[in-house]
Design a protein around this ligand. Structure first.
Ligand SMILES: Cc1cc2nc3c(=O)[nH]c(=O)nc-3n(C[C@H](O)[C@H](O)[C@H](O)COP(=O)(O)O)c2cc1C
Length: 201
């Protein structure tokens, strides 16, 4: 599977590393972690071959970054080729300065992008945190997002300090979940192809 991301100042890159680590924690999962700064032929070859694509962008001015959008537009070649990315598993993550910062818009853009390709979007299957009197900013999914993983990075701190551990754990949970779902999906598809129910395989 592939984790692709843009990061202007290193914060979303940190989140992307955690997504990749979470995915790698699932046995038999190969993960390519790829920056979208360069849209090389090799990048698209890797994505063509990937069973799952998890995408990440910082939230800039209430949406995904221009560099991320450049990638999105470049994928129209795969779309035009008979939906070449159809049935890949997809998911997304974003990071920004404010707690909300309109991050949801970025995730919605990603989910819509995946839908245009006929990909299968997978969200974050965990309760929201930090929403009771006993809760804390250390909680998993402290920003309460389900469409994908959110992280918050103080604008005056570098990627070596933020996003905080809770958001990195949330990112890892997304990576792990998407890897698990991808394995389940691939097993089911292989069983169907072989003409037997998954229980028999
Ligand atoms: C051009 C620009 C626009 C931004 N817009 C937002 C925004 O809409 N909401 C927000 O919470 N933070 C916003 N920020 C802050 C970034 O999301 C934040 O610094 C983030 O950690 C940057 O991630 P990166 O280091 O991966 O680029 C913006 C920053 C820049 C440079």
């Amino acid at each position: 599977m592939a984790v692709v991301y843009h990061s202007g100042y290193g914060h979303t890159a940190k989140q992307a590393q955690s997504v990749a680590e979470g995915a790698r924690s699932v046995p038999d999962t190969h993960v390519d972690l790829l920056s979208l700064n360069e849209l090389s032929e090799g990048l698209f070859k890797t994505l063509d071959a990937a069973d799952a694509i998890i995408m990440g962008s910082p939230t800039y001015m209430g949406g995904s970054s221009a560099v991320f959008r450049r990638f999105v537009e470049a994928t129209s070649a795969a779309w035009a080729d008979k939906l070449r990315w159809r049935d890949k598993i997809a998911g997304g993550f974003t990071n920004s300065g404010c707690m909300s910062g309109d991050k949801l818009q970025t995730l919605m853009e990603m989910a819509l992008f995946a839908a245009q390709h006929g990909m299968i979007w997978v969200g974050l299957a965990t309760y929201g945190g930090w929403n009771t009197s006993a809760g804390s900013s250390e909680d998993l999914n402290r920003l309460g997002s389900w469409l994908g993983a959110m992280a918050q990075s103080n604008n005056d701190q570098g990627g070596d300090v933020v996003p905080p551990p809770a958001d990195l754990r949330t990112a890892a949970a997304l990576g792990q979940r998407i890897a698990e779902v991808t394995h389940t999906y691939l097993e089911g598809r292989a069983s169907k192809k072989a003409g037997r129910s998954p229980q028999q395989s």
